[in-house]
Ligand binder design. Structure first.
Ligand code: FAD
Length: 440
């Protein structure tokens, strides 16, 4: 397909058709770092806008409203990701409990119809640095030894959080991932009356424990949490935390509150031989002998080590404006650099819905800048993100609890269906980003 990003000459003649006014700046080069929810959203929404179409994650046009004329531009989009496919992260607890769902939740990028387009290319590799002044990024191709450079006009960083196993798989290729998940599942479910202790009663621990119990009811699953309430780190009302506890019990979990893990070590039998069991010791003196211990307590940190230090706060989150552009005081060319999704320093609990929404905002704002560059549009009409209050949707076995400030809390089986469908949100996200529609 020629030179997506090696030079500015457009290699796709069909992209010129219907353009408002081809200019020397075009094709614009958009570099997207990370092909998760945020990254795919910005790529596909910008693709829509540059084709003169309504952005797929924007508000649905009101019935009878006049058709909006959108200026069309040539754009080439390169996405770089460490993985060889899109992983449905919010489904990880279900993928860890079922090989069928594990297989469904990782789709290689070359098998996503929406990305099959002459002006979209996905590179498998790890981003290493970004020079915002020169507008050049470097990445190391998967299994490669030499870093490569990519020049861009617009950059959107959407690399999410570095999460430890087993919150998310660590494999970078689908094939390897399927082994990783299969091995894990067999080790959890292999014993007839296995006792599994999940340590950590945050959202990840609750979902991991409850999916395991729901799909493998023969297991005795214990959820141990160090504090007196589940979800203790989340800025949510007490009633939500209490309801989460009720739903865990409904799902058949044994919940131990005020149990801080001191250590876990292999149990040894005769002649000091390991038996395969694990002794779990809590600081309050309680001891459990389990078949497996799953840690769901590690803190996640943003994948932003490739950005200039000034662009991020002390924890690594990118300082952004409401437009999702980098803060102007932090880097040169900030109007051409965006950060979206979990790495953005913004209010609210990190959610995939927010990441996809930010992708739409960034795409809209980039399209505005294109209009300014090509048509001299005076005032950019930027979409600006407002403060996001704490809100959550949490699947707990066959039920879910959801909370957002205007509506308060709701819970039950219907809430699971409405918020997560039958597959922990996979189909909802897939359809929202229209990943199944051919890109052409
Ligand atoms: C177990 C679990 C359950 C969750 N449940 C829910 C839920 O029910 N509802 C909800 O709204 N949210 C949930 N979340 C949170 C949600 O998954 C995140 O908010 C969402 O994934 C953020 O999207 P993102 O695009 O910012 O990042 P991600 O989806 O993490 O995508 C980042 C991408 O960047 C790539 N990447 C990282 N570093 C590099 C690099 N250096 N070079 C190249 N590529 C890189 C990664 O491989 C990845 O594909 C859950 C999270 C977990 C872990």
């Amino acid at each position: 397909m020629g030179s997506l990003f090696q030079d500015r000459a457009c290699t796709c003649p069909e992209l010129h058709v219907g353009l408002d006014s081809p200019t020397p700046q075009q094709p614009f080069r958009l570099l997207v770092l990370g092909g998760g929810y945020g990254g795919l959203s910005v790529a596909l929404n910008l693709q829509d806008l540059c084709r003169g179409q309504a952005p797929r994650c924007g508000p649905a046009p009101e019935e009878g409203a006049p058709v909006v004329e959108r200026p069309r531009f040539e754009v080439e989009i390169v996405i770089v990701d460490e993985r060889d496919g899109f992983f449905h992260t919010i489904g990880a607890p279900l993928a860890l409990a079922s090989e069928d769902f594990a297989s469904k939740f990782w789709i290689r990028y070359d098998e996503i119809p929406a990305l099959r387009s002459p002006n979209i290319r996905v590179l498998h590799g790890s981003v290493k640095s970004v020079d915002p002044e020169r507008k050049v990024a470097t990445y190391l191709p998967y299994a490669g030894t030499e870093e490569k450079q990519l020049e861009y006009d617009f950059l959107v960083a959407a690399t999410g959080l570095r999460r430890a196993w087993p919150a998310v798989p660590q494999s970078l290729r689908r094939k390897q991932y399927l082994f990783e998940m299969g091995d894990h599942l067999r080790s959890m479910t292999g014993r007839k009356k296995g006792v599994v202790v999940v340590v950590g009663g945050g959202a990840v621990g609750i979902e991991l424990a409850s999916e395991l119990k729901t799909l493998h009811p023969h297991l005795h699953v214990i959820l141990a949490h160090s504090r007196s309430q589940l979800l203790s780190n989340e800025p949510l009302p007490d009633e939500v935390k209490e309801r989460a506890l009720e739903l865990c019990r409904d799902a058949g979990l044994e919940v131990l509150l005020n149990h801080r893990l001191e250590r876990s070590e292999p149990v040894k039998g005769e002649a000091g031989k390991v038996t395969g069991a694990v002794e779990v010791v809590f600081t309050n003196g309680k001891t459990i002998v389990a078949d497996r211990v799953v840690m769901a307590v590690s803190r996640s940190s943003p994948n932003t080590g490739f950005l200039p230090r000034e662009a991020v706060d002390e924890e690594g989150f990118v300082k952004v404006q409401g437009s999702l552009r980098f803060s102007p005081s932090t880097i040169p060319n900030s109007t051409h650099h965006y950060a979206i999704g979990d790495i953005a320093l913004w209010s609210g609990i990190k959610r995939c819905g927010a990441a996809m929404h930010m992708g739409y905002y960034a795409a809209h704002n980039i399209h505005q800048t294109m209009q300014q560059i090509v048509h001299g549009k005076q005032e950019e009409e930027l979409l600006e993100l407002k403060e996001i209050p704490p809100m959550i949707g949490l699947a707990v076995g066959k039920q879910a609890v959801a909370y957002w400030p205007e509506n308060g809390m709701i819970y039950g089986e219907k809430v699971l269906k409405d918020f997560f469908g039958e597959d922990l949100g996979f189909t909802i996200c897939w359809n929202h980003m229209r990943l199944g529609e051919e890109g052409k």
